[in-house]
Design a protein around this ligand. Structure first.
Ligand code: FAD
Length: 421
């Protein structure tokens, strides 16, 4: 990896430059630590806006930002594009596609990956939305399907191409189905006047009796109402059991049903993006079990943060939500703890501060739940959602381009390019 070994400094290797990993990399004291940051990409992805890339509202560059731009490069900091495969905890060494490196402290901040719950057909035939590549694939599919639909006289084929089944009624599923409904209501009539808009159908399939499960009952009901008004078909208490590329099998309120669709988007489950090499006993529900200092159980010098880590406490017996805030807060706490530890000061327990949840449903429509039961819906919630997402995007250029694209969306000037097939 071409990184010098300096005996006076402890080497911290961080795997993953996501929301959590970046916080640590920025904050570790480089007078005491040599910081080595590794990521399989040379950019950070702002995942909450992936669905807007998929539905042609934003271009991919506006939600990605060069990692070398984010972190000031000086002595004792090294970034390498590397995909890490394995950890050898006995030799304090990790293995990657660009070579191996020893560490004094290892921090795993690799985020999450899609969980298909062992359903092989669905895994091979459905689409996911975990990366910029996934979102571009989805964008290409949507607009390629419209182009194919417009040239066919076969009504059934056209409907198959234009029916979208989104599995999972969390924020991703809700936001994606709302955005697809906007395409149906605004883009389709303008760009494809010779297609009957009623041939496009959007289904949102949710296993429980509530969408946006992490939000209040009121916000969940509001989102349900807004989505229905936009024309999304919502099936609650429904589980997708199989898919063959054309027919989705669903158990809906204990009754077997089918939907014909060439487009299934799986947003129903996530699990930690684990790295091999550690004892299987430290893995629970696909995440590394860590203590209140984010130290992986059984290992003195290996830590995990964010989606890949699970801190179990009384309030969060199943771990913290797999969202941005726990990752950022754990990253900040762990950096402070390591900076304290190296000078002989005490480390402090991590305490999660829940800053709330929000989801956008469509133009002028969103729901926000904040602490102290502060709730917003409609236009105000939509403005809050936009403001919070804008300030959290990395890069001034990205903020400006995103804002301009959001304004242009009102004129239906979205980026509907089919770049790949
Ligand atoms: C579509 C979508 C929408 C979302 N919407 C929201 C939302 O609205 N609000 C919210 O709070 N959260 C949302 N989330 C969840 C949020 O993005 C995650 O909780 C957050 O990114 C977790 O941060 P992290 O630091 O743990 O991991 P990440 O930010 O995912 O970063 C992990 C990093 O590790 C790298 N990496 C992974 N494996 C390896 C490897 N083997 N070697 C090298 N590098 C590796 C990745 O390239 C990545 O850069 C959404 C997620 C998705 C997918």
């Amino acid at each position: 990896m071409n990184i010098p070994y300096i005996t006076s400094l402890k080497r911290v290797v961080i795997i993953g430059a996501g929301f959590g990993g970046l916080q640590i990399a920025k904050r570790l004291n480089r007078n005491y630590f040599q910081v080595v940051l590794l990521d399989k990409n040379n950019y950070h992805t702002f995942q909450p806006l992936l669905y807007q890339v998929a539905t042609a509202v934003l271009e991919p560059d506006s939600i990605a930002y060069s990692i070398r731009n984010i972190i000031k490069y000086n002595n004792n900091f090294y970034f390498r594009v590397a995909k890490v495969y394995n950890i050898d905890p006995n030799q304090n060494k990790i293995y990657s596609n660009i070579g191996n490196i020893n560490y004094d402290y290892l921090i795993i901040a690799t985020g999450s990956t899609t969980n298909f719950f062992c359903q092989k057909n669905i895994e091979s035939l459905s689409l996911t939305m975990k990366s910029i590549q996934d979102s571009l694939d989805l964008r290409n599919l949507i607009f390629q399907n419209f182009e194919t639909a417009i040239i066919t006289n076969d009504v059934n084929k056209r409907k198959l191409l234009m029916t979208f089944v989104i599995v999972g009624g969390g924020a991703t599923g809700v936001e994606l189905s709302g955005s697809l409904a906007e395409i149906k209501n605004y883009v389709l009539p303008r760009d494809y006047p010779d297609i009957d808009v009623n041939d496009m159908n959007i289904y949102l399939i949710q296993a429980s009796n509530k969408i946006l499960e992490c939000m209040s009952q009121k916000s969940s009901e509001q989102a349900l109402k807004d989505l229905k008004e936009l024309g999304v078909n919502i099936w609650l208490n429904s589980v997708v059991t199989d898919y063959d590329g054309k027919i989705v099998n669903i158990i809906n309120n204990n009754i077997n049903k089918q939907i014909k669709s060439a487009n299934v988007i799986w947003a129903a489950g996530v699990k930690g993006a684990l790295i091999d090499g550690l004892d299987k006993l430290v893995i629970e529900h696909g995440r590394f079990l860590v203590d209140n200092y984010n130290r992986i159980k059984k290992y003195e010098n290996i830590f995990a943060i964010g989606d890949v880590a699970m801190i179990k406490d009384e309030k969060y017996p199943k771990g913290h939500p797999m969202t941005v805030q726990p990752a950022i807060q754990q990253g900040i706490r762990l950096a402070k703890n390591l900076n304290n530890m190296i000078v002989g000061k005490k480390m402090k327990h991590f305490h999660y501060v829940n800053m709330g949840y929000m989801a956008i449903i469509g133009r002028n429509k969103a729901v926000c739940d904040f602490p102290l039961k502060l709730r917003f819906k409609g236009f105000i919630a939509w403005l809050i959602w936009m403001f919070i997402h804008l300030i959290n995007l990395y890069g001034f250029r990205n903020k400006i381009i995103t804002l301009i694209n959001w304004m242009l969306q009102y004129y239906n000037k979205s980026i509907k390019l089919i770049i790949r097939k």
